[in-house]
Design a protein around this ligand. Structure first.
Ligand SMILES: C[S@@+](CC[C@H](N)C(=O)[O-])C[C@H]1O[C@@H](n2cnc3c(N)ncnc32)[C@H](O)[C@@H]1O
Length: 229
C-alpha cells in the first residue's frame, strides 16, 4: 500500500513504505484514511518550526506522514514500547532528504506528569485507549501546546467517573451518563465524552472543537477533540 500526500509546503508527492501499515489490506486502507483525515485537520494549523509530538504512535504511520508532509516541523513519535518499523521509517524520511523524524520509547503517564525535555508546540494522538487521552490533554496543558488533537478509543476503559478523577471536570457528566445507558459505543456517547473532556481544555484557555472525524467504515472510534489557543 502506498500513501500519497501533497504537502502544504509544495513538495510534490511522497509515499510511505509498506511497513507503515498493518498487514491486512482492509486495515491498511482504514489506517491510510484515518491518517489522511488527521493530516487534513492538522496541517493548516502547523507553524514553521513547530515541534509536533504523536503520543502512543504505535508503528508510526501518522508520525511519518506528519514528518513528510510538514518538512519545516520537527516530529517526535513515542510509545510505551518500541516498534520494529521505527528504524525503517526514520531511514525512509532521511532518504527523501529530511531530518525531522524521531521515535522514542516513553510512557504517556509519566510525560503527562513530568513533561518532555523540550515542550512541544503541537500534540496529537490517534486512537488513544482509555485514560491515555486524558493524560495527553494534561501533557498539552502542562507544555503550553498551542494545538492539540486527539481521537480517543476504548471508551469503556475510561468511565465518566474516571474522567472526572483524571481531569477534575464534571460539567456534562449527567448527559454522558444518560447517553451511556443507551449505547456505550455510539457516536453520540463519544461526542458527549469528548465535550466533557473538552471542558478541561477550555478551563485552560483553549478553544475547543469536537466532531466526527471518520465514517463508520474507517473506524468505530470516530470522534475527535481539538483544542487551539
Ligand atoms: C490503539 S494503538 C494506536 C496506535 C497509533 N496511534 C495508531 O493509530 O496507529 C494505542 C497505542 O498506545 C500505546 N500505549 C499504551 N500505553 C501507553 C503509554 N502509557 N504511553 C505511551 N503509549 C502507550 C500502545 O502501545 C499502542 O501503540
Amino acid at each position: 500500500m502506498e500513501l500519497r500526500y501533497r504537502t502544504p509546503s509544495g513538495m510534490s508527492c511522497l509515499y510511505l513504505p509498506r511497513c507503515a501499515f498493518p498487514r491486512s489490506g482492509r486495515d491498511a486502507w482504514r489506517k491510510k484514511k484515518q491518517v489522511e483525515t488527521i493530516l487534513t485537520l492538522l496541517c493548516s494549523r502547523l507553524k514553521p518550526g513547530d515541534t509536533v509530538v504523536d503520543c502512543g504512535c504505535g508503528r508510526g504511520t501518522l508520525t511519518t506522514a506528519l514528518a513528510v508532509s510538514s518538512p519545516s516541523c520537527d516530529v517526535l513519535g513515542f510509545d510505551i514500547k518500541e516498534f520494529e518499523t521505527w528504524t525503517e521509517l526514520e531511514r525512509y524520511v532521511e532518504s527523501v532528504g529530511l531530518d525531522n523524524l524521531e521515535f522514542e520509547v516513553n510512557d504517556l503517564h509519566e510525560t503527562a506528569k513530568y513533561g518532555l525535555p523540550d515542550d512541544p508546540d503541537v500534540i496529537v494522538g490517534l486512537h488513544l485507549c482509555g485514560t491515555l487521552t486524558d493524560r495527553l490533554l494534561k501533557l498539552a496543558v502542562n507544555s503550553d501546546a498551542h494545538f492539540v488533537l486527539v481521537v480517543p478509543c476504548c471508551y469503556g476503559r475510561a468511565s465518566p467517573r474516571v474522567i472526572v478523577e483524571e481531569l477534575g471536570v464534571d460539567e456534562g457528566i449527567e448527559r454522558v451518563r444518560e447517553v451511556l445507558k443507551r449505547a456505550e459505543s455510539s457516536v453520540e456517547y463519544q461526542l458527549e465524552v469528548c465535550r466533557m473532556r473538552g471542558k478541561f481544555l477550555e478551563e485552560h484557555g483553549y478553544q475547543v472543537h469536537v466532531g466526527v472525524a471518520f465514517p463508520e467504515e474507517i473506524s468505530g472510534r470516530r470522534v475527535f477533540l481539538m483544542g487551539i489557543t
